[in-house]
Design a protein around this ligand. Structure first.
Ligand SMILES: Nc1ncnc2c1ncn2[C@@H]1O[C@H](COP(=O)(O)OP(=O)(O)OP(=O)(O)O)[C@@H](O)[C@H]1O
Ligand SMILES: [Mg+2]
Length: 314
């Protein structure tokens, strides 16, 4: 499998730390728990670990542990023997065996049912599995990577996730922070996403206007990079020309962007923006009664007038 780090885009300290960890753990056989909110790139990181390991020429098998009913998941992971349940017409090898020499990626590990947690722990510790309906354990040679967007520690405290399994999975943790905590990655990501979608959409965009970037940097991105990806793709489908302009962005995005002042690194500018927003909010609350607002803000009426003037408050 061909893979390089250029697939994981970002220059923030957070992303550089993630890449550093990826490089370090890739060379080992360690189980790695990858955590982060939805759309932050957990699967991408799992692929990068596999792609940099000595297992890279063998299979990388992702399994979504939250998507299947318990018996199906058990059979998928561990396999089953002919006749072990209705519909088991033949012996079936599980993914733990199919992935031999390679990597299995257990996505949404927080959703794995309790009974399978025990079997998984055994697979990790003894490197042995038991297909459904079999009494002969089988040796496995597979590296396990897991991901979750849940707080597994809380799941453990709530009795929904086995503590022993948690510690076994959590030998190494790679945490990917949400996109809103690393806006400096957005310009690079936008560039990367435009290049990614150009050929698929038969377009030729060379980039996005500064105003577009500033707006995108000020958004909350609850869906993280996946959401950004969708917005860029949507915009590229509808836009014409060779650069993406502010007018090309979906109206809803521009509206949220306007409600949030443009992102800036400069502390003075950021504080000014906050001051302005705060005063506008207080004025709104008191129906634009400046005397009342000054009282709530605990500043003199004349200071409030000066600030309204300075900050350009309508
Ligand atoms: N740092 C990044 N650089 C480039 N692309 C990224 C980055 N992070 C995420 N992506 C892209 O965003 C999308 C979502 O990433 P991925 O599927 O890895 O997220 P996830 O954390 O597994 O999400 P979920 O929890 O919803 O499964 C993918 O298309 C991926 O390629
Ligand atoms: Mg995922």
């Amino acid at each position: 499998m061909d893979f390089d780090f250029e697939n994981i885009i970002g220059k923030s300290k957070a992303i550089r730390d993630v890449l550093e960890m990826v490089k370090k753990v890739a060379r080992t056989q360690a189980t790695v728990l990858i955590t982060g909110d939805s759309g932050t790139g957990k699967e991408l990181v799992a692929l990068a670990i596999h792609g940099h390991s000595d297992r890279k020429d063998k299979l990388f098998l992702p399994v979504n542990c939250g998507a299947l009913p318990e018996t199906l998941l058990e059979s998928l992971l561990f396999g089953h023997m002919k006749g072990s349940f209705t519909g088991a017409f033949a012996n079936q090898e599980g993914l733990f065996e199919k992935a031999r020499g390679g990597t299995i990626f257990l996505d949404e590990i927080g959703e794995i049912p309790q009974h399978l947690q025990v079997k998984l722990l055994r697979a990790l510790e003894a490197k042995e599995i038991l297909p459904i309906g079999s009494t002969t354990p089988r040796h496995i040679d597979v590296r396990v990577l897991a991901a979750t967007n849940r707080d597994l520690q809380k799941e453990v405290e709530g009795g929904r996730f086995r503590e022993d399994l948690y510690y076994r999975l959590n030998i190494m943790e790679i945490h990917i922070p949400p996109l809103s905590q690393r806006p400096e990655d957005i310009p690079l990501l936008v560039d990367h996403l435009i290049k990614k979608h150009n050929p698929e959409l038969n377009k030729n965009f060379t980039g996005a206007d500064d105003e577009v970037i500033r707006t995108l940097m000020s958004l909350p991105w609850k869906g993280n990079v996946r959401e950004l990806d969708n917005v860029i793709e949507h915009t590229m489908i509808l836009a014409e020309g060779d650069r993406i302009l502010l007018d090309d962005l979906p109206v809803s995005i521009v509206a949220i962007g306007q409600a949030n002042p443009a992102f800036t690194y400069n502390l003075k500018d950021a504080l000014r923006q906050y001051e302005k927003q705060h005063i506008i909010r207080v004025l709104d609350q008191v129906g634009q009664d400046r005397r009342e607002a000054a009282k709530l803000l605990d500043i003199s009426l004349s200071s409030l007038y000066r600030k309204i003037e300075e900050l350009g408050i309508p």
